[in-house]
Design a protein around this ligand. Structure first.
Ligand code: ZN
Length: 356
């Protein structure tokens, strides 16, 4: 059992990433007597309330079975509650393997809206995820869609982005929600960031915070080129709210858990600063009438910021986030006359070839 807190403390305090921080081992590590994390894609965080196990996220289609196997070696008790930090496939796709326990599934109301959208745009999601993850799935088992037809997943689901057996939230809420499990209170707070259906969970008696994808040990995934709108300014605001409650332990859905109130505040504060500055810089130039081209080649994030262990641009990067900020506040057109109603690519290519 790896001491994940030791690893994360060393990496954060030294600023040196000397080993993988996003590990897909499907192995369980205890973070306390009654709290464990199964590192996967995404992680499942499990809390033994004394009155049933509460799990935060179900991991993905490919990893859910191994995650539940690791969980059941730790506690044979029923999973009474399954909380989705948000509805991305790598967080809900493994829920089929939790179904035998018949957990109460809790999530923001927009999780169900998302799952409806995934049905409506099923093939689109298969195509973009093959493009995004296809090149690495064989080695790292990182693909998140398209079930292979496992023991409990029907073969008819083989070409579905999410299996039809994915558990949908039945316990939904809008802004805030409080759950009581055993004698523990769990507060759920909605905020937009990577998605419009995100929550972060706060256990005030323990000072534990489950951060979902608000912290991923990479540059915030706020600009993903193939995905719907993301919300960098609101993301930063959510991080500020997390600092304000004073967590002593922060467990994200990707990357390592972080311990220590001051250390957590530093990490969250630096991510928030980075997003806030990026948004402010883009908006300032938009207000001056700058084109997207100008903004992309003017606004940047300092290299020392991008070198932080939890801000490295390995999954998303500032340029993509700038495009997303432009889209959120300004629409899809980049302001160049030639790209408002452009000629077909083939016609343009022919003209360029002739000129050459
Ligand atoms: Zn995720």
């Amino acid at each position: 059992m790896a001491d994940l807190i030791d690893i994360s403390t060393r990496i954060i305090d030294s600023g040196v990433v000397d080993q993988m921080v996003n590990r897909v081992t499907n192995e369980l590590s205890e973070l306390g007597d009654d709290l464990a994390i199964i590192e996967s894609f995404s992680h499942c965080v499990a809390f033994d309330s004394g009155d049933g196990v509460v799990c935060f996220d179900a991991s993905g289609v490919h990893t859910g079975e191994a995650v539940v196997a690791a969980l059941k070696k730790w506690r044979t008790d029923r999973v009474a509650n399954l909380v989705y930090t948000h509805g991305h496939a790598d967080h809900v796709g493994g829920s089929t393997y939790f179904a035998a326990d018949q957990p109460t599934v809790t999530g923001h109301r927009n999780v169900n809206t998302r799952l409806d959208r995934y049905d409506y745009t099923n093939n689109w999601n298969l195509i973009i995820n093959a493009r995004q993850f296809g090149g690495v799935s064989g080695q790292l088992n990182l693909s998140i869609g398209e079930a292979q037809g496992g023991a409990t997943i029907d073969i008819a689901d083989a070409r579905r982005f999410l299996p039809s057996t994915t558990l949908r939230p039945t316990d939904t809420f809008d802004a805030d929600h409080t759950m009581t499990v055993g004698d523990t209170t769990i507060e759920l707070h909605h905020a937009r960031g990577e998605t419009d259906d995100h929550l972060w969970a706060w256990l005030p008696n323990r000072k534990w915070l489950m951060a979902g994808d608000f912290v991923i040990w990479n540059f915030p995934n706020a600009g993903n080129p193939q995905k719907v709108q993301r919300y960098p300014a609101e993301w930063a605001a959510a991080l500020r709210s997390m600092i304000a409650v004073g967590p002593e332990l922060l467990v994200p859905a990707h990357g390592l858990p972080i311990a220590g109130r001051q250390r957590i505040a530093t990490v969250l504060g630096e991510i928030a600063d980075t997003l806030e500055t990026l948004v402010a810089d883009v908006i300032a130039l938009m207000n001056q009438g700058a084109s997207l081209d100008t903004i992309i080649h003017t606004v940047s994030v300092p290299a020392e910021t991008l070198a932080k262990p939890y801000l490295r641009p390995m999954y998303d990067e500032p340029e993509f986030v700038i495009r997303n900020i432009w889209r959120q506040y300004g629409g899809w057109w980049d302001g160049a006359a030639s790209r408002l109603k452009p000629s077909p690519d083939a016609q343009l290519a022919t003209v360029i070839a002739e000129l050459a």
